[in-house]
Design a protein around this ligand. Structure first.
Ligand code: GTP
Ligand code: MG
Length: 249
């Protein structure tokens, strides 16, 4: 390879998720390495360049940018606005950003017990997962599938659901959304075996299954993991998320 063709732009990791989940706070925490900044509602996408290491002594800590003992991989962390009216900004970033290595979908675990937060959070996640599934099944050149981390944030708050419940709540709500969005299909009376590939393409996860599980995304080579954390407190902190990202850039 010539030197000109080995020069490449760094890969990107996208921060998606509904408004108020903590995306911008998380980005500022990783960027500063100490305290997150005070934030306000984001209206535009914003990228910062970071370095992650998987072989330095502090590899599993986001503070490893200060650690000179390992090899560091440069990547862009891209914050997006969560507001529903700006969804096109975030989804546009997902569709157009080159070399997206991973998606971190941030959710407010302290509010997810409320249907008024769960419903829009799951609806957004549904759109993201279906987009990634369609991308994985299309015959495009860019076939490497994109893993998804569901960052269950705000674990410092007493109302926070544990990660296992964040996962089960989201799976149940995604099952509901899938059933309602494919209602015409299910009510049409045709056997599942007779359904055309076009309809199957609009179905999230295992076709015809009653309950949606994140594991079904494995069929499309898409790994979905739920990990707990908190941006504002040291414990549990954000190191688990950082380590997940560092291993994927
Ligand atoms: P949009 O820009 O509207 O999409 O929201 P966002 O996801 O960027 O949320 P942002 O980072 O602005 O955080 C929203 C609020 O949640 C802020 O007041 C944060 O201080 C707060 N917050 C973020 N992370 C945590 C956390 O781990 N614990 C607690 N208690 N509050 C948090
Ligand atoms: Mg924001």
């Amino acid at each position: 390879l010539s030197s000109s063709s080995t020069y490449t732009t760094p890969p990107s990791v996208l921060l998606l998720g509904p408004d108020n989940a903590g995306k911008t706070a998380l980005l500022t925490l990783f960027e500063r390495g100490s305290q997150p900044a005070a934030t306000h509602t984001s209206q535009v996408a914003h990228a910062v360049e970071l370095n992650a290491s998987t072989d330095s002594v502090t590899r599993s800590s986001f503070r490893n940018h200060d650690d000179a003992t390992g090899t560091h991989t440069k990547f862009f962390l891209v914050d997006t606005p969560g507001h529903g009216k700006l969804r096109n900004v975030a989804m546009g970033r997902l569709a157009r950003t080159e070399k997206v290595k991973a998606v971190v979908f941030v959710v407010d675990a302290a509010a997810l017990g409320e249907q008024e937060t769960l419903a829009p959070t799951a609806a957004y996640l549904y759109d993201v997962l279906l987009f990634l599934q369609k991308r994985a099944t299309s015959k495009g050149k860019d076939k490497a599938s994109i893993p998804v981390l569901i960052a269950a944030n705000k674990m410092d708050l007493f109302t926070a659901l544990p990660a296992t419940m964040v996962k089960s709540h989201l799976e149940l709500e995604l099952s509901r959304i899938r059933a309602s969005r494919s209602k015409g299909l299910l009510d049409s009376g045709v056997g599942m075996d007779d359904v055309g590939s076009e309809e199957q393409d609009g179905w999230l996860g295992e076709f015809g299954s009653e309950k949606f599980t994140f594991q079904q995304m494995g069929e499309f080579d898409i790994d979905v993991e739920v990990l707990p954390g908190s941006v504002l407190t040291e414990e549990p902190g954000a190191d688990k998320w950082w380590w997940w990202i560092a291993q994927r850039v």
